[in-house]
Ligand binder design. Structure first.
Ligand code: ATP
Ligand code: MG
Length: 581
């Protein structure tokens, strides 16, 4: 894949400032074309489509195309179809169809009655192929795939005509019927358009319209053993559905003259037009179903919906909200030339949403025991705690406090360096929403590992502030040991260490991050999380956002770390500003 320039940091910064504008003010070259077509009466209403091939799960790149097609339809009062481009039964499966429908809905879009399948048009497409044959514009070719490739020529050499190119129409019709009837084996013959073997555009050198494939189709079963090519099916399907603006990615630009040729040379019911935009590329990942399928098949991940996968089901399982994905699509906009977007920009968009919406909770990932020696044994107090400081309407909750607690092992140091302000022997710190505590004694096991911190608390500091105005420099999160709910927490990092996996001729899979998943089997979370449903995301205070994994069972919770709290994007931005100053 030829990747051009990395989008400059300043350009992205400018985009980010823009993205706050509402969707109705959104503008790009495709929206400009649509607006002009409506204004000048070239179309009465806009009809777009999102046309996935059901040969894998949708990824973040598809989300860009979905937001564009469904977004335009809704902004301009038109409609958008979901059309499965199901012309290759060897690679397509019902599982993928179901997953794609679920993902488009999750992203927040609805195709209404307009769920379509290219396979619904197989009979009509066949008739149009017969039409081209009758007009002398298509022929059955007996050359092998290999020979066809050879004869096609190159960018600098013209192609060579097949010896079957001038077959009489009657013979072509007969052979094409027998292809359909199943008389010939796979690969023995194809139907080709008869256009121009010397054209400067290789797509015009008698493109293949039909190939023989004796394979059961997920929807049409054994009804067909010849299947149309993408080029022959796509534009005609658009015409059947009355699509006005057929929006696709740049690699189809050279196919556009062929798209138009079919529309001009067939008695189609409408005349759609194709427009191309730049596909999305993101650092530290790969947006290609072929590669993603390999990751799944070779067992590098837990499946298509692994939280590290850039699939929509993967980012959903990781805890990215659909709104964050849509905001990201708006931030990056639509351009005519390829670029690579920093993954931190997507993470920024997601943090913006989660900061606003995720409830705060206490969770301890790497626990060490604290015993408060002067706190009465058996006593439990319910401490009132704010659910989301960004959203007063989220209210408060009560968190039980008792004599034995878990705190984060990293929040204690026996010999703290100068800038470490958290718990240390003889030092007072605040337990969030509870009390000031002071560590008096460190208990270790035979190996010298800290196993317990003996502390005292000041009963005058209930709620976390001192009546005498005494200050502490650190506030720690905690979970009452007697009330804690055990949980497994899975920490995730980028799937590829390499920002541009597979570039410079390196093997793609060499760039896989060996530490992309770290499983912490023994964590403790506050009791209010005991019944949290799978798919919900909370913020563990001071640690990050965590989403409940569907692997959770009634007696064992599993959380995926969606993101840490640190915003790498803000850092990236600051560097960009500095560099341009
Ligand atoms: P892949 O290369 O991952 O297999 P594809 O283009 O073959 O993707 P399709 O199912 O044919 O997958 O894609 C459906 C639509 O999504 C097409 O219109 C395609 O142009 C668009 N699309 C695919 N990948 C991207 C991307 N990275 N950025 C933007 N749009 C994309
Ligand atoms: Mg494709």
């Amino acid at each position: 894949m030829p990747l051009s320039t990395r989008m400059s940091l300043c350009a992205m910064f400018a985009l980010m400032d823009n993205h706050t504008s509402s969707s109705s003010e959104r503008s790009d070259f495709i929206r400009d074309i649509v607006a002009a077509d409506l204004r000048d009466g070239r179309v009465d209403s806009v009809v777009t489509r999102f046309p996935p091939e059901p040969n894998g799960y949708l990824h973040i790149g598809h989300a860009k195309a979905i937001c564009l097609n469904f977004g335009i339809a809704s902004e301009f009062g038109g409609r958008c179809h979901l059309r499965f481009d199901d012309t290759n039964p060897v690679k397509e499966e019902q599982e993928y169809i179901d997953a794609i429908e679920k993902d488009v809905r999750w992203l927040g879009f609805d195709w209404g009655e307009h769920l379509h399948f290219t396979s619904d048009y197989f009979e009509q497409l066949y008739e149009w192929a017969v039409h081209l044959i009758s007009e002398g514009k298509a022929y059955v070719d007996d050359l092998s795939a290999e020979e066809i490739r050879e004869y096609r020529g190159t960018l600098t050499e013209p192609g060579k005509a097949s010896p079957w190119r001038d077959r009489p129409a009657q013979e072509n019709l007969d052979l094409f019927k027998r292809m359909r009837a199943g008389e010939f084996p796979n690969g023995s013959r194809v139907l080709r358009a008869r256009i121009d073997m010397a054209s400067g555009n290789i797509n015009f050198r008698d493109p293949v319209l039909y190939r023989i494939l004796h394979a059961a189709h997920p929807r049409t079963g054994d009804a067909w053993c010849i299947y149309p090519s993408y080029d022959f099916a796509h534009g005609q399907s658009d015409a059947i559905e009355g699509i006005t603006h057929s929006i696709c990615t740049l690699e189809f630009q050279d196919h556009r003259p062929l798209y138009d040729w079919f529309i001009e040379n067939l008695p189609v019911p409408s005349t759609p037009h194709q427009y191309e935009f730049a596909r999305l590329n993101i650092t530290h990942t790969v947006l290609s179903k072929r590669v993603l399928l390999r990751l799944v098949k070779e067992g590098h991940v837990r499946g298509w919906d692994d939280p590290r996968m850039p699939t929509l089901s993967g980012i959903r399982r990781l805890g990215f909200p659909a709104e964050g994905m849509r905001d990201f699509a708006a931030m990056i906009g639509i351009a005519r030339s390829d670029s690579v977007v920093e993954i931190q920009m997507l993470e920024y968009a997601v943090r913006q949403v989660l900061n606003r919406t995720a409830q705060r909770r206490f969770g301890v990932l790497n626990p060490v025991k604290v015993v408060i020696e002067n706190y009465p044994e058996g006593q439990v107090e319910e401490m009132e705690t704010v659910n989301n400081p960004e959203d007063p309407s989220a209210g408060t909750r009560l968190v039980p406090f008792s004599r034995e607690l878990w705190i984060e092992r990293d929040d204690f140091m026996e010999d703290p360096p100068k800038k470490f302000f958290r718990m240390a022997p003889g030092r007072e710190v605040r337990l969030r929403s509870a009390y000031f505590v002071t560590c008096n004694e460190v208990v270790k096991d035979a190996d010298g590992e800290v196993i317990e911190l003996r502390c005292t608390y000041d009963p005058e500091t209930r709620g976390g502030s001192s009546p005498d105005g005494r200050k502490v420099k650190a506030t720690l999160h905690w979970v009452s040991a007697a009330h804690a709910v055990p949980a497994e927490v899975r920490l995730y990092d980028h799937l590829f260490t390499d920002p541009n996996p597979g570039s410079d001729g390196r093997d793609l899979f060499e760039g896989l991050n060996p530490d992309s998943e770290t499983v912490l089997p023994t964590c403790y979370v506050e009791p209010s999380l005991a019944d949290i449903p799978a798919g919900e995301t909370v913020q563990f205070e001071r640690l990050g956002y965590f989403c409940v994994d569907p692997d959770s069972t009634s007696d064992s919770l599993v959380f995926n770390r969606t993101l840490t709290l640190k915003d790498a994007w803000v850092k990236v931005q600051a560097q960009g500003k500095q560099n341009s100053a």
